[in-house]
Design a protein around this ligand. Structure first.
Ligand code: GLA
Length: 401
């Protein structure tokens, strides 16, 4: 009788324990696989590359309008991000106010939200931003609350003058701790608001940020200095991302800086390289051009569905360099459906015929491939593929067995 009773109790306990374990395991797995924000690299637009300090309420509204009318919103671009120079003065209570270029930030957020888009903003952990406006130093919680009150969905947090505080730290170790502390502080402040706000770290890749960016709450972290609208700048940044793939994944991404596509400093092939490389790198796709005056070819580049699908692939595995030989670079990333995205880059000024061996990509026999930019199925290919690649250009393939 008693043993029966005990057996029943322990069977119940065992079942309960198993259920509890299972639900914890599923919960943890669910969280690990689908983070609530930035499950795929954030997509949107940022004011800095094109407008710099010439940004105001009317321009931001026009960008939101154009994001919808161009088809970019429907292609996946969501965030409209105001970069530096929006900040006005703090009032007697220390509350930050926007300057006269942004008369009503809440109304602007409402406008952007009504279009099915989200609004981003910019600050610094230092007393001043890079353009010399008020940073969040000593006002982190207050600022996070202000942003949440306005309806902000994304914060780019740029080291800038915090560097001065770090220089006074006495040692690199203390300086490093101070920097981590500053980012953690804002992360905590954002969490406290209860509003999901993407936290985008910007400190130019210092102290191997990819190793600790996620631990301070970063959904993305800049891995480099500022991009400029030149093939040399874009490729120097893009190709120097080799080796960083293992640090990125759903919820936390390497950020090689915003796009220059459409700003006029590169030709069509070079912008195609820019987008292909960023998509392979699972980089945030933040357009940096004037969306209200885009040429059809710029819209076509930015909204190419198959390229975006590579960037946004749910597996979230960033590409790495397979090999570089002279002016040829081969990069590949695994995709959720078991296929691979492969970039065949020509860094030479003139067209070249590049031959790749799928064996070097881990395929034993022949493969099936699709040329993404040509939107053409190549059918079954033997173990080698020879293709003409334009100068500074790329051939982007999707390859499966
Ligand atoms: C830094 C950042 C840029 C931009 C400017 C604004 O240089 O890296 O992306 O935000 O500041 O001042």
């Amino acid at each position: 009788m008693q043993t029966d009773f005990l057996r029943k109790i322990s069977a119940m306990q065992l079942r309960f324990a198993m259920l509890a374990f299972l639900s914890l395991a599923i919960g943890a797995q669910g969280r690990a696989q689908v983070p609530s924000i930035a499950a795929t690299p954030p997509m949107g637009w940022n004011s800095w590359n094109h407008f710099a300090d010439k940004i105001d309420d009317a321009t931001v509204r026009a960008q939101a309008d154009a994001m919808v009318s161009s088809g970019m919103r429907d292609a996946g671009y969501v965030y409209i991000n105001i970069d530096d120079t929006w900040q006005g003065k703090r009032d007697a209570q220390g509350v930050i106010h926007a300057n006269s270029k942004f008369p009503d930030m809440k109304a602007l957020a409402d406008y952007v939200h009504a279009k099915g888009l989200k609004l981003g903003i910019y600050s610094s952990p230092g007393p001043k931003t890079c353009a010399g406006f008020a940073g969040s130093y000593g006002h982190e919680e207050q600022d996070a609350q202000t942003y949440a009150g306005w309806g902000i969905d994304y914060l780019k947090y740029d080291l800038c003058s915090f560097d001065e505080i770090m220089k006074r730290a006495g040692s690199p170790e203390v300086a490093h701790k101070l920097m981590l502390g500053a980012y953690t502080k804002m992360h905590q402040a954002l969490l406290k608001t209860g509003r999901p706000i993407v936290f985008s770290l910007c400190q130019y890749g210092a102290d191997a940020v990819w190793r600790w960016g996620a631990s301070v709450g970063g959904n993305s972290w800049r891995t480099t200095g500022d991009i400029s609208d030149k093939y040399s700048s874009m490729t120097q940044i893009g190709f120097e991302q080799a080796g960083l793939a293992k640090f990125a994944g759903p919820g936390h991404w390497n950020d090689p800086d915003m796009l220059e596509v459409g700003n006029g400093g590169m030709n069509l092939e070079e912008y195609r390289t820019h987008l292909s490389l960023w998509a392979l790198l699972a980089a945030p796709l933040l357009a940096g051009n004037d969306l209200s005056t885009m040429k059809p070819e710029t819209i076509a580049l930015l909204t190419n569905k198959e390229v975006i699908a590579i960037d946004q692939d749910p597996l979230g595995k960033q590409a790495d360099r397979v090999y570089a030989e002279g002016t040829e670079e081969i990069w590949a990333r695994p995709l959720a459906d078991g296929s691979k995205a492969v970039g065949i880059f020509n860094r030479f000024d003139w067209p070249q015929t590049i031959e790749i061996s799928f064996g070097r990509l881990g395929h034993r026999g022949g493969v099936k491939a699709r040329d993404i930019w040509a939107a053409k199925d190549l059918g079954a290919l033997p173990n080698h593929y020879k293709v003409r690649v334009p100068g500074h250009g790329v051939v982007l393939l999707r390859v499966s067995e």
